[in-house]
Design a binder for this molecule. Structure first.
Ligand SMILES: C[S@@+](CC[C@H](N)C(=O)[O-])C[C@H]1O[C@@H](n2cnc3c(N)ncnc32)[C@H](O)[C@@H]1O
Length: 261
């Protein structure tokens, strides 16, 4: 067969968008169970290749890592392939956990631990992990938050509970990596809870639309937090967001934070 006859390379298929009827469903564990019964893989936001360079700056191969809300993402496998092998994944959905256990066993990642747990009430002792990471999981707590400048107190209470738990299970000097749609001017007041001791830094990745990569290091809070970054980025236009963001990510974002362009 010459080049002219070659079939075009097949793009990996994503499940077509079929989001829930209301964004508040993302807060319902039954929604996730139902979804994971039929969905094999959906990578929220972007896959590992887009932020690998940022991860490598912050996670040592010997680090113990906790991933919050793993869903059916391939993040833990990608970290493992990069030599970070001491990984524990949690998810509130028992279906996600069962499927993940099967997939990891089939793919030969038998040392990655997976368990059903709530990130608002983590079943680990204090100062247990070097790194806690989440991608799109904290954003779920914001889907019903109302005005992003003044979120409902229920949202704030849940986010605070989660952040306090993450802070508690981190070792001194350990880091929390949060990969999010949420912009720094909305996230900073929550991350900089006076009871938490971590520093606050962020960078972005992605083409067109930028996702946020937050790094919070326990015990490293300083008065000079991130003065070099302006918290308010110029957002791409509404139409660019439509084109750039893939289906459900777009819907999810409009519910996480109202577009303010
Ligand atoms: C938007 S998906 C992100 C999945 C995955 N992190 C990714 O990047 O593709 C949110 C995930 O968080 C899980 N989740 C929601 N609330 C949770 C909670 N309180 N504790 C642990 N996991 C939770 C859901 O079951 C779902 O798997």
């Amino acid at each position: 067969m010459d080049d002219g006859d070659a079939l075009p390379a097949k793009e990996p298929q994503k499940k077509p968008f079929s989001g829930p009827s209301s964004a508040s469903a993302y807060l319902d564990p039954l929604y996730w169970d139902e979804r994971f019964r039929s969905e094999e893989h959906y990578e929220w936001f972007k896959d590992y290749s887009h932020f690998q360079h940022l991860i490598q700056r912050h996670i040592e191969p010997a680090s113990s890592v906790l991933e919050l809300g793993c869903g059916n993402s391939q993040l833990c496998e990608e970290l493992h392939k990069d030599g970070i092998t001491n990984i524990t994944c949690i998810d509130l959905s028992a279906v996600a956990v069962e499927n993940m256990e099967k997939r990891l066993a089939t793919n030969g990642f038998k040392d990655i631990k997976v368990l059903v747990a709530d990130m608002l009430d983590l079943p680990f002792g204090d100062e247990y992990f070097d790194v806690v990471i989440e991608k799109g999981t904290m954003d779920v707590l914001f889907v019903d938050s109302g005005d992003p400048w003044n979120p409902h107190h229920e949202t704030v209470d849940k986010v605070k509970a989660m952040l306090h738990e993450v802070h508690r299970v981190l070792k001194p000097g350990g880091i929390f990596i949060s990969i999010s749609f949420g912009q720094p001017h909305f996230r900073r007041p929550l991350f900089e809870d006076p009871e938490l001791t971590w520093s606050f830094e962020w960078s972005t990745f992605g083409d067109g639309f930028h996702y946020f990569f937050y790094v919070l290091q326990k015990g490293k809070r300083s008065k000079e937090t991130c003065k070099s970054n302006s918290d308010r980025l110029a957002l791409p236009s509404f139409s660019l967001l439509h084109e750039e963001l893939e289906n459900e990510d777009y819907i999810f974002r409009t519910n996480v934070e109202e577009l303010d362009t």
